[in-house]
Design a protein around this ligand. Sequence first.
Ligand SMILES: O=C(O)CCC(=O)C(=O)O
Length: 304
Amino acid sequence: MQPHIQNHEIPPEKFGPLVEVAGANAVFEIVHQYVNDYGYCLLRGILDRTAVLAARSEVFQRLADVDEIQSPAEDGVATGRSSRRDQYPDVNAFWKDVSNGTAVRQVTHGDQLRKIITSILLEPARAHDLIYLRPTPPGKSTRMHYDYPFFAGRSLRIHTAWIPFGDIRIEHGPLVIVEGSNGFSDLIDPIRSHDYSADRSNAAVQKAAYDAINQTDPMTLIQQRNTRLLSTEFRAGDLVVFNGFTMHGSLDNISPNGQVRLSCDVRFQPAADPADDERYFGTDPLGSNGGGYGDMRAAKPLME
Ligand SMILES: O=C(O)CCC(=O)C(=O)O
């Protein structure tokens, strides 16, 4: 099935694979170089697949318990129904609880991922406490953006770890990266020059991350810049690491059978940088808009 982005079919010549390394014997100096040069790197099979699949089951079981996912839960197929709002009038609390699941945190905040990111950054790394689980049903996608405006503040050296929670085919709408977008200085320079420690209001952050990029649809953007959209079929155990100046979003989930794409993105920064940004650290992080987990798309029932 040809990939789609924001309801446009991507022609074959405008679609390519991500730069990748095999995780088993990855040379982290090379991965570091790739992240610098390309803005990102895909590490195949580097995470404990069993642990990632356990996290997938944990999240989908919670969604099955509110009648949004069919049995068996780990297949991740949407029912089109929900009892979430009846069972959990406090949607923030529900989503926070799911996001703090033991199996989820084992992957996102366990030693394995921290050590990998430490090796890539070439210095000790620390994860933000706030994580973004993304159960994405057919018909939904993430618009293109740069991450830097959201997460720059007390640390400016933010990297994202994007983790497929399961095997994700192209038609399930995985992460997509714009090739060469870490060199789009006309878009990056204004983002970089904003003082996020002085003005980190959600309006300023959203505007910096999304506005200029989304003045045109992604297909027009890549035609104008003579570049390509990059993605791949992912397997549980894969990991993509990208910096704040890499334009990304997701392909459309065009699964014909209700398959929900599940992934998680976690931010890391050097451990030496201040970790007191209340938006991203603490037991009840506020997020960029102040509402914490309740502000996330995933806090709403899947089909809303
Ligand atoms: O998984 C997605 O849909 C997009 C992920 C994303 O925007 C991110 O990791 O910053």
